[in-house]
Design a protein around this ligand. Structure first.
Ligand SMILES: [Fe+2]
Length: 401
């Protein structure tokens, strides 16, 4: 293992504890927003992401480089606490258009009010920093989900494929909207082109519809790995890779399934290594299966874009079956939720193959789109998949074994 691999492995190992505040903006971030617009402003956000554990990350984009913080409190009138984005090396996050502040040690089940404050950095000299305008957002609110709550609920969307109008359309089909989180199971985009695409096709629809109050969790699909902006894209999020977390009666495992074609395929031009990445995840998943948190949870749900089987003979899907299915069976996973095939389907457990039920969400086109509702308590998981007319097209109940 060379140094880079070692560092990467250590980086991946920290997974969920990684602070979003360690992100550094690329030099060209928000270039499009800043053009023809001299007034300093909060351009996008706030949007919330979390992996629970009584912490939340608040992200926003300014149109020019800035320093900033979040003011928060338990009443709208008294935002008496402040949180800053911090880098790993003692510096506060600043001189960036991407802003991310993680607040830790929140009280279980408590509603918090918050607002963003950003100060434009007009000039950054080694010994003299010149601030410009200060802007603030409206006061917003979120509930810090109690990780010990008895019943949880979330929604899954997948394979939006650059059709941002699908996000509000699908969310409007769900009558009771208060969810613990919204999960994007990959392929929100066709490929990564630029920042404007990330904003217009995902961040803004999320901000407009739920993300100021309700966090989202996101894992890449195979399409998010493509295009010239794929290496910058993760910086707009708290987390888009593999992860594990506990919420209520469920231990969640998120796998980042990588590309569907072999790494040597000409379209990847020799610059991807998903075989190694999937092998690393399988090693990590083995450790996860033996963890206390995994073993003691009443239920275990795995979220992964490429299904662990039933998605064709391409290299990526086959590698997922080979690496992950034995672990899904060994770990007695209660439910796997996937996308990728663009054909919604409920696959029942099979005693010889997939010991777990597999629910695959639909595709991007009208009539094939789905939103999947999941509720769980310590006795059962109930899944209901709706198509884009609101009709239930798939259902599954998993009882405590
Ligand atoms: Fe896909």
């Amino acid at each position: 293992m060379n140094d880079n691999q070692c560092n990467r492995r250590n980086f991946l190992k920290v997974g969920l504890t990684l602070s979003a505040a360690t992100m550094v903006a690329p030099a060209n971030a928000i270039a499009d927003i800043a053009r023809n617009d001299d007034e300093f402003k909060i351009a996008v956000g706030p949007y919330l992401q979390t992996n629970f554990n009584h912490s939340i990350t608040i992200l926003w984009l300014t149109n020019k480089n800035a320093a900033g913080w979040v003011e928060f409190g338990e009443t709208a009138e008294n935002l008496n606490q402040k949180a800053y984005g911090k880098t790993e090396l003692g510096l506060m996050q600043a001189n960036s258009k991407l802003n991310a502040v993680t607040i830790n040690n929140l009280k279980p089940g408590v509603k918090y009010y918050y607002k963003l404050v950003s100060k434009e950095i007009k000039d950054f000299q080694p010994y003299k920093l010149t601030y410009g305008e200060t802007v603030t957002s409206k006061v917003e609110e979120f509930i810090n989900t109690d990780v010990n709550k008895e019943e949880i609920s979330f929604l899954m969307m997948n394979d939006i494929h650059d059709r941002p109008e699908s996000i509000p359309l699908l969310l409007n089909l769900v009558p009771a909207k208060k969810q613990d989180f919204i999960f994007f199971n990959g392929d929100v985009f066709d490929y990564q082109t630029d920042e404007k695409q990330i904003i217009d096709h995902m961040l803004q629809p999320c901000v407009d519809n739920f993300a100021k109050q309700t966090p989202f969790i996101y894992v890449r699909g195979n399409h998010e790995t493509r295009g010239k902006f794929a290496r910058v894209f993760p910086q707009y999020y708290m987390h888009v890779g593999y992860a594990a977390f506990t919420l209520g009666p469920v231990r969640f495992v998120v796998l980042d399934t990588g590309e569907d074609k072999e790494d040597s395929h000409p379209v990847y031009a020799g610059i991807v290594d998903f075989d190694d990445y999937r092998i690393q995840q399988a090693e990590w998943f083995k450790t996860e299966i033996n963890s206390k948190a995994f073993k003691k949870a009443p239920f275990r749900i795995v979220l992964m874009h490429i299904p662990p089987r039933f998605s064709g003979d391409a290299h990526g899907p086959k590698h997922c079956t080979e690496l992950f299915e034995p672990l899904l069976n060994q770990g007695k996973i209660d439910l796997v939720l996937s996308g990728h095939t663009h054909k919604y389907m409920v696959h029942q457990p099979d005693k010889d193959l997939n010991h777990y039920p597999l629910i695959i969400g639909g595709g991007p086109r009208d009539g094939a789109r789905t939103i999947t509702k999941i509720k769980a308590n310590k006795n059962k998981i109930v899944v209901s998949m709706l198509d884009d007319s609101g009709k239930e097209v798939g259902a599954y109940t998993a009882l405590k074994k």
